[in-house]
Design a protein around this ligand. Structure first.
Ligand code: THU
Length: 159
């Protein structure tokens, strides 16, 4: 038998320990929770995506009475950016979630579908996207989406 070890490094920092750029991104993600349309889950998620030129595109989760039609905050921000600035590689994304009158203590983590969507952008632009997951008790930083989605399906198998 053979084993494959897959390692993930997560740095845990406070808002004060972030660079000014990263702090701005996290604060925008927090602000964006206010724009969430989530009458079904009452789980308000905000996302802020920074592109290579420094511009920031924001999103929030948008739900629908037909539940599968809803879209996560990460993908609203991502699609907004891709639709308007496809020439710019995404370089970092911050995510925050607010529910029951407070931000989550433990960092919110992107769903599998969002990881898959962001992963394709990493492959497409050949640049990692840093992921900043906001929690009141600490902010998790992961250096690439690929780290969050090991054993990926990236389409290369179809070539
Ligand atoms: N949601 C996001 O927008 N991002 C995440 O990372 C996790 C989940 C949304 C989808 C849905 O509107 C609500 O949160 C509950 O799942």
């Amino acid at each position: 038998m053979k084993e494959i070890q897959i390692n993930l490094t997560v740095r845990v920092v406070s808002l004060d320990e972030l660079t000014a750029d990263d702090r701005e991104l996290v604060l925008k993600a927090k602000d964006m929770t206010a724009n969430s349309y989530s009458p079904y889950s009452h789980f308000k998620v905000g996302a802020a995506l920074r592109l290579a030129d420094g511009s920031i595109y924001c999103g929030s989760n948008q739900e629908n009475a037909s539940f599968p039609v809803g879209l996560c905050a990460e993908r609203t921000a991502f699609c907004f950016a891709q639709a308007n600035a496809p020439e710019q590689a995404p370089v970092a994304i911050a995510i925050a979630a607010f529910t029951g009158g407070a931000f989550l203590g433990k960092p919110v983590s992107p769903c599998g579908a969002c990881r898959q969507a962001l992963l394709e952008a990493e492959t497409r632009y050949g640049r990692p996207i840093r992921v900043l997951l906001y929690g009141e008790d600490g902010i998790y930083i992961v250096d690439s989406v690929r780290d969050l989605l090991p054993l990926t399906f990236d389409g290369s198998e179809m070539e």
